[in-house]
Design a protein around this ligand. Structure first.
Ligand code: AMP
Length: 439
């Protein structure tokens, strides 16, 4: 299947001539979007989902009548992701006479206000900042014909859902709705149900399944030895482009200092860094000026850097789904990659939850000098992870005939029996953790 066969015009096909073939999500979503259907798409990170919505939207904009305000809106959770989608829109639209603009928080309102007044065709925005503009009556959204909610589940996690609801309220009722979400939590399902009458479900891979081409390994280690172990494994000359994940901003800063002291070119990005510092660090990582980027989950959300050779989980994430998001940063668009997790005995429950989610037992590979006693570790591989109770009830949504697998959308909640109070506490921290961070 070629891009032309999907119904895209030559001006758009020319802009993606570096891509040999459409990816699976592109094959499925593009024809449906061109037909004007509402869509719920579940695609792994790195599958080409941005082009899957941008290419048909650009075509619709090209064929439609220009108006004074933007006709398509992409709402996305992080600044990096917004900037990246903006870059992609420019790249894919380079042979088209269309105007796109990006607005996100952390930078001045005034230039964005001027941009919004400047006859945009496509607007890409983070929810908080867009709502600020809406409240000041300087975001003309009356002409929106298509809205994309990108990474909808992440917007929920980051506490943006009320903002998103408010934004949807001010959009024209008659419009095309495109939802992209890796998982389908109840709140998102309810939002979709309220927003869209007959969305077509497009699923390209099983939910929450790591990219097949990522080689995953666990290095068991005591917490206090993790820094030394990281320094040791970074001596591996293959690790030329490594993204290290930490759970906290403080740890990310600390590690950047430790690694710089050890002679590495490293930088940290997280939400306490200014937008310009984040952009600069990302640019230096992209260009190869630094070979190690240390990031928290939220800051790394939008990172699309080609050729990340290794993802290192210095600490396992709080939510097992984040493990999948993290390791999806390597092995982008078909290349292969490596995910290394440094796991202490205290993290064995988190590891078990991850293995249940991905339905795979990850290979344990002790490193000489860093092993931990098996009985303290409780990390012995071998027990077959329990089957995961599949994701949510999308049977209710109409499914694309072409969609792979008639699997139900899984609610990623096969949690071990835990005290209710404990679960509540965790849920609370998961929701509040990222709220103060982006946009
Ligand atoms: P995304 O999943 O949208 O973050 O895209 C991940 C990466 O895949 C980006 O670097 C895109 O440039 C790249 N990409 C998108 N579509 C294709 C394609 N059809 N063939 C090869 N690479 C692609």
């Amino acid at each position: 299947m070629s891009f032309t066969e999907l119904g895209l015009r030559s001006e758009i096909v020319r802009a993606v001539k570096g891509y040999t073939n459409p990816t699976s999500i592109q094959e499925k979503a593009i024809p449906l979007i061109l037909k004007g259907k509402d869509l719920i798409a579940s695609a792994q990170t790195g599958t080409g989902k941005t082009a899957a919505f941008l290419l048909p939207i650009l075509q619709q904009l090209l064929l439609g009548k220009p108006s004074t305000g933007p006709r398509a809106l992409v709402v996305t959770p992080t600044r990096e992701l917004a900037a990246q989608i903006g870059d992609m829109a420019k790249r894919y639209g380079k042979h088209l006479n269309l105007r796109s603009g990006v607005v996100f928080g952390g930078v001045g309102m005034e230039p964005q206000k001027r941009k919004l007044a400047g006859n945009l065709d496509l607007l890409i925005a983070t929810p908080g900042r867009l709502l600020d503009h809406v409240n000041r009556k300087q975001a003309p959204l009356n002409d929106i014909q298509t809205v994309v909610l990108d990474e909808a589940d992440r917007m929920l996690d980051m506490g943006f859902l009320p903002d998103v609801r408010r934004i949807l309220k001010v959009l024209p009722k008659k419009r095309q709705n495109l939802f992209f979400s890796a998982t389908m939590p109840n709140d998102i399902e309810a939002l979709i149900r309220r927003t869209s009458r007959a969305p077509v479900m497009v699923e390209v891979t099983r939910r929450a399944t790591p990219v097949k081409k990522v080689t995953q390994v666990i290095h068991p280690v005591q917490t206090e030895q993790k820094k030394d172990l990281l320094k040791t494994i970074l001596q591996n000359s293959n690790m030329h482009h490594t993204l290290v994940f930490t759970r906290t901003k403080a740890r990310a800063n600390q590690l950047a200092r430790v690694l710089e002291k050890a002679g590495h070119a490293a930088a940290a990005i997280h939400s306490n860094k200014s937008q310009s510092a984040r952009t600069r660090a990302l640019a230096r990582f992209r260009s190869g000026k630094i070979d190690i980027l240390i990031a928290t989950d939220i800051a790394a959300r939008g990172i699309d850097v080609e050729g990340i050779s290794h993802v290192v989980n210095f600490e396992l994430p709080e939510a097992p789904e984040d493990y999948v998001h993290r390791i999806g940063r390597t092995a982008r668009a078909g290349s292969s990659g490596n995910a290394i997790s440094l796991v202490s005995p205290q993290e064995h429950k988190k590891l078990a939850a991850i293995e249940r989610l991905i339905r795979t037992s990850i290979k344990r590979e002790p490193v000489d000098g860093f092993t931990v006693a098996a009985e303290t570790l409780k990390l012995k591989a071998g027990r077959k992870p329990k089957r995961h109770s599949g994701p949510p009830s999308q049977g209710k949504f109409r499914r694309s005939k072409k969609a792979e697998g008639a699997r139900k959308v899984t609610k990623t909640s096969s949690r071990p029996a835990k005290k209710k109070s404990q679960r509540k506490k965790r849920r609370g921290s998961r929701q509040t953790r990222p709220m103060a961070t982006t946009a």
